[in-house]
Design a protein around this ligand. Structure first.
Ligand code: ZN
Length: 266
C-alpha cells in the first residue's frame, strides 16, 4: 500500500504521500496499542452505536409526531421535519453531537415560561431535550469512553502477564524461578541459559526442518510426528518437558540420598 501511495505521490499528486502516516499505526508501539484497543472493543462499540442509533430513532419519531410545529417562543421555523426521513437525518446529525436542542432554533433557557401552567407543549419539549441530553451525555458517551479505557487496561494486563511470566518462569518447562534458585547451583539464570535454553530448542526445530526424513534419529522422528499431527498450538508443545527438569530431579535425588545416608549413619 505504501509503495502504491509513493508511486501515486510521485506521478499524480504529492498529497498521496500523506498515506505514509499510517505507519504510525503499523510500526509505532503507541499506534499499535491504539489499533489493538479499538480491535478489542470493536464489537461492543458497534453494539453501543446501534443502541445510540435506536435511541435517536425513537426521539426522531416523537419529534415528528409531537414537536414538529414551531412553538410560540421559537425564533425560526421549528425543526426540519417536513418528512420523517428529513427529521431522522437531522436528529442523527445533531444527536451524534449530543445536543438535539439545536433542532428547535431556540436556546433552552430562553424558552422557560413565567408560570408552570403556561406553554405545556414547550415545557414538555424542554424535558424531552433534557432526557436525550442525559441519555447521550451521561450514559452512551460514557459507555464509549469506558469501553476504550477497559480495552487499554486489558491490553496492559496481558502485557504484564507476559512480562512477568517471561521473567519468572522457564519458557521450556514452565517451572517457577524460585524452584531453581532453591534447588540447583547457579539458580534460574543458569537453568534458562544452559539446561533449558529456549534458543537451543529453536535450533533443534530448525535442525528437524533441514534434516531429510530418512536421516532422523528415533527421538527426532517422535518429535516430528508430534509436530505433524498437532492440531492446536498447545498440542505442538507436548514434546517439551513441561513441569520436568533433569537438573531439579537430580538435585532432589541427591538431596534425598544425602538425607538417607546421614539418617543411616546415625
Ligand atoms: Zn526449564
Amino acid at each position: 500500500m505504501l509503495v502504491s501511495a509513493s508511486l501515486a505521490g510521485f506521478f499524480v499528486s504529492p498529497f498521496f504521500l500523506v498515506f505514509h502516516f499510517t505507519i504510525y499505526f503499523l510500526d509505532f508501539d503507541s499506534g499499535k496499542q491504539l489499533v489493538l484497543a479499538i480491535q478489542r472493543s470493536g464489537i461492543n462499540i458497534l453494539n453501543t452505536f446501534v443502541l445510540a442509533v435506536l435511541a435517536i430513532y425513537v426521539f426522531a419519531v416523537v419529534t415528528f409526531l409531537v414537536f414538529s410545529e414551531p412553538t410560540r417562543v421559537d425564533k425560526g421555523d421549528g425543526p426540519p421535519c417536513d418528512t420523517f426521513y428529513q427529521c431522522m437525518g437531522a436528529h442523527m446529525l445533531t444527536g451524534i453531537m449530543g445536543d438535539i436542542s439545536n433542532l428547535f432554533n431556540s436556546d433552552l433557557w430562553d424558552t422557560v415560561p413565567s408560570q408552570v401552567g403556561q406553554d405545556g407543549l414547550q415545557q414538555a419539549r424542554t424535558i424531552f431535550v433534557l432526557t436525550f441530553f442525559m441519555i447521550w451525555n451521561f450514559v452512551l458517551s460514557n459507555i464509549f469512553v469506558g469501553l476504550i479505557a477497559s480495552a487499554f487496561e486489558a491490553i496492559r494486563d496481558d502485557q504484564n502477564i507476559i512480562t512477568s511470566d517471561r521473567l519468572s518462569k522457564c519458557l521450556i518447562c514452565s517451572q517457577d524461578m524460585y524452584l531453581f534458585n532453591e534447588k540447583i547451583q547457579g539458580g534460574f539464570d543458569k537453568h534458562v541459559l544452559k539446561q533449558h535454553n529456549a534458543l537451543s530448542y529453536t535450533f533443534y526445530l530448525h535442525h528437524l526442518r533441514s534434516t531429510p526424513l530418512e536421516d532422523y534419529t528415533s527421538a527426532e522422528s517422535a518429535v516430528s510426528a508430534v509436530l505433524a499431527t498437532a492440531k492446536t498450538s498447545t498440542d505442538k508443545g507436548t514434546w517439551l518437558p513441561v513441569s520436568k527438569s533433569l537438573a531439579v530431579m537430580h538435585a532432589t535425588a541427591a538431596a534425598n540420598a544425602g538425607k538417607d545416608g546421614s539418617a543411616g549413619g546415625q
